[in-house]
Structure formats: C-alpha cells, structure tokens
Design a protein around this ligand. Structure first.
Ligand code: ATP
Length: 471
C-alpha cells in the first residue's frame, strides 16, 4: 500500500483508488463482477455521508422554524408517477454504438460539442446529431466508431413486482422505485398541514434513496442508478415566489461557502428551457477537477408553480389546497424546490479536499476536509505498541475522547505510517502518548493534519481543545 501520489493517474483515478483502498466506496457485488452504476459505502464512506447529511438536515430543520422533516416510503402508489408525468415523460435520449454496443446520453454527446440539448425534444436532438454526423464529428468515445444509432427516448423509471406476482404485472399495477424523493413530500403535504398546522410559507425536507435507470452511469458516484437525494419543497403563496426564490438561491449558495467550498469553484447555471409549469430553474454547479476542469450540477433550485399539488389533487380526487385565514382565500400553494444528490456532494467534498503535498522529503496525500465533515475527528496512538504503559494511557484517552468525538485507536506500524493513514481518511487531529506523557506528566502531542505541526496539550484539556478545533 503506497501513499505516494502517482503522476500518471488522473485526479479522478486517484480519488477512486483512495476511496476504495481506505474503505470509503466499493463497487457493489464486486465478487460477482459488480453491478454497473451501483456502489456500496464502507466504514469511512458512511461516516462522511452521514456528516454531510446531518449538516444539511441541521441547516434545513434544526436552524429553521418553518421546515419539517419526513421519511416517506420508496414505494408509492403507481398513479402518483402517472400524475407527476414521470411514467410518460421521465426519459433521456439514448444513442447506441453499433460497433461496441456502448450506450450514451445524446444530450451529453451534444454538450461535448458545445450544444445545449438539456430537456430538448428528440427531434431537435436528432437534427443536431445529424449535423455532427455530416461534419464527421460524431464518434463513439469508447471505440471511435462513427456508426452510432439515432437517439431514441429511454425511460429512467425502475419497475418492480412489489405486491404482485411477476406474471401479472401490467402498466396499471406496476410499482416503481421512486426516481426522486420529492414525490413523497407532495403526498404528505396534506398530512403535514393537518397534523402540524403550519402557516405558509413552510417546507418539508427529506433525505432518502432514489432510483433511475441511467443510460450511462460511468462517472463513479457522480451518476449512479441507486442514489440518495436531499430535497426540500417550500410551499408558499404565489405572490411571494420571486422573493422566496431569490432567498433560497442565496441560502443554498451560502451553505456551500460556509462548508468550505471556495466560491471560484461554484457557479449558478440558468436553465433556459423550462418545464411548462416551471417559472425558474437554476443549478448550483461545482468545478470537478477530475472531469477535466468542468462545472457539473450538484443541486437544482426550481420554481415549480402549483403543478405538483394540482396534478396529485386531480388524480387522487383529494383537495390539496390551503386556506389563508387572513385573506379568507383558498388556493393551491406553489412550490420551490432545492434538490441535491448526497453522493454527488460527497464527491464534491472529496474533490475539494484531495491534496498532495510534495514539499517535504516524502510526498504525502491528505484529505483536507472541514473537521466537522471528517469521518474520524481524532486518532489516538501510543508511540510504541510494545510498551504497555503507553498503550494503557492511550487507551484511557481514547475511551474518554470517544464519548464526544468519533475516534480511532491505532498502534499498528510506525508512527509515520499511522499519520499517513489518518491523513488519507482526513482525520484532522492525531493524539500521541509518548514517554514524556508518562514520565514527566507532559501531556500528549496533538498533530494537525494540514500543517503536520505538533503541540503538547494537557490530557485534562484535550476535550476542550478538540471542542474548539472541531466545529
Ligand atoms: P442530471 O442532469 O445530472 O441527470 P438532473 O437534472 O436529472 O441531473 P435532478 O432530477 O434535478 O437531476 O436531481 C437533483 C439532484 O440529484 C442532482 O442535482 C444531483 O445532485 C442528484 N442526482 C440526480 N441524478 C443522479 C444520479 N443518477 N446519481 C447521483 N446523483 C443524482
């Protein structure tokens, strides 16, 4: 196992390799050859993911008076996806290479040629593909063949046989695995209103799994077929849409900055082509270094009008309106949504944190994660494994620190190797018990991940020290 940065590898390859080697992310079902576009998260992966999720939940729920939490089921009534337009319209344009059988999203092929085809009709896409074909610019990025099919629409909905024997599944009774988490939020608007009695504007937030039959899921955890979303739907009076939309754009932008993403690596992307019910759609994009310096969507912020509640009201026959006691008016609230992918965000934080320090004698790699996001906050080491008094003291310190912080005890290998390992998982502080700790009562050394500097801290002050350092 080497920590030396390999100059031949791309940043993406380095991160994929680090996350596998250090137990963050594994390809799913690897011993059977894997499942394309599906990943498992190991020990450090779940800790990092959980920290990001909790940060989001804190900002959305704990720090706000007007947003409520929800955990709605993955399986929903089949009609809900007909009402939302997903059954008929949740498609992407697919192109196949006739030579190597690789599949591509046609809008992504066009994007690579500088043509924005996001949400464009299939006729437009095929027209543009033909132009590229005639100009001999249309090639399979996998094998180089020019023999690519025209684009056809491909449904992203994942079907199941939930609740029915397999042979009787029809278009009417098929159950889908939800393609986005917000669907469940719309269906719980009424229960939230009836039980918690919020006044407009109010929001419902949830984090959960979503499933999409992505045409091409080959960008590690950036695009997968099973993933988690963090979504918030903000119900409001339509007269306030403009003002609230700007407010949410700002709140979400600030969240990234507050959590250590430099503003130069972020930008807003305005969607020109909107769904017929939408009045505004922006994405927050992050410049992923490992995609060759390109901005990619991490979150969407959309003004969805009253489409969702109107459609569910129409299809379910249940009124989903709101009575405003001040104006004595009944109306269907409009919705603003903020929608982010958890794994995509994790990849953003990993990309931003990945650092190679080549200045010292030995090059080192570390994840410069904000301490509050780091999977492990403090690692505790005895200087030597074979000195029982050092090991006992280090265990004692580990056992009291772990009450307050995610900690790790390590007495394997030499101390330099232990530091390197913690650097690669992004642990901000390493505490070492040495002979001066025991013999002189000189406290412990605390090493800072980013500077590599060490300072001595009294044992009785360690908890306070860490509280101050890990915000
Ligand atoms: P894209 O254009 O990348 O396919 P989208 O516009 O379809 O994304 P939304 O439906 O708006 O995405 O979903 C909201 C968020 O969910 C995205 O910003 C992204 O972070 C995340 N997301 C969407 N699809 C995936 C996926 N297949 N894998 C991982 N995250 C995803």
């Amino acid at each position: 196992m080497t920590n030396k940065p390999n100059t031949e590898e791309t940043k993406m390859e380095k991160i994929v390799s680090l996350t596998k080697r250090r137990g963050f992310v594994y390809p799913s079902s690897e011993i059977y050859g894997g499942v394309s576009g599906v990943y498992d998260y190991g020990h450090y992966g779940i800790l990092l993911k959980e920290n990001i999720k909790n940060l989001w939940l804190k900002s959305m729920i704990q720090m706000r008076d007007d947003i409520y939490g929800l955990d709605s089921a993955i399986f929903m009534h089949a009609q809900a996806w007909v009402a939302s337009g997903h059954v008929d319209g949740f498609n992407d344009p697919q192109v196949d290479c006739k030579n190597c059988k690789a599949r591509f999203r046609a809008d992504h092929i066009l994007e690579d040629h500088g043509i924005n085809a996001d949400k464009m009709p299939i006729e437009f896409i095929n027209e543009k593909l033909d132009e590229l074909r005639k100009a001999k610019k249309l090639k399979c990025s996998n094998c180089g063949s020019t023999d690519l099919t025209p684009a056809k629409t491909f449904s992203l909905m994942v079907k199941s046989n939930f609740g029915s024997p397999v042979d009787t599944i029809t278009d009417e009774n098929v159950m889908y695995l939800r393609p986005e988490t917000c669907g469940g939020i719309y269906l719980e608007y009424k229960n939230t209103l009836d039980t918690l009695h919020p006044k407009l504007p109010f929001g419902i937030a949830q984090v959960g799994k979503a499933f999409r039959n992505e045409i091409a899921a080959r960008q590690f955890i950036f695009r997968t077929r099973e993933f988690e979303q963090m979504e918030m739907q903000y119900f409001h009076d339509p007269k306030d849409t403009k003002e609230l939309y700007e407010m949410w754009k700002q709140i979400r932008w600030n969240w990234y900055i507050e959590n250590g993403i430099p503003k130069e690596k972020l930008r807003f992307f305005k969607h020109e082509k909107l769904a017929h019910y939408a009045s505004e759609a922006f994405d927050i994009e992050y410049n992923f270094g490992f995609f060759g310096d390109s901005f990619k969507e991490v979150e969407g912020i959309h003004a969805r009008g009253d489409w969702d509640l109107s459609q569910h009201s129409k299809f379910s026959g249940v009124t989903l309106d709101y009575y405003d006691e001040e104006t004595k008016k009944r109306f269907i609230p409009h919705i603003l949504e903020t929608s982010a992918g958890l794994a995509r965000m994790m990849l953003m934080f990993l990309d931003n944190a990945y650092t190679e320090d080549l200045s010292g004698e030995e090059p080192r790699v570390y994840l410069k994660l904000p301490p509050n996001l780091a999977p492990v906050k403090v690692a505790v080491f005895p200087l030597l494994k074979n000195k029982p008094e050092l090991v006992a003291k280090a265990k004692e310190i580990f056992n009291f620190l772990r009450q307050d912080f995610m900690c790790e005890f390590d007495d394997n290998g030499n101390i330099g190797k232990r530091y390197r390992r913690q650097d690669e998982i992004g642990t901000p502080y390493c505490v070492t018990v040495d002979f001066d700790t025991i013999e002189k009562g000189a406290g412990v050394t605390v090493r800072d991940r980013d500077t590599g500097k060490q300072e001595r801290v009294k044992i009785e002050e360690l908890t306070k020290y860490m509280e101050g350092a890990i915000t």
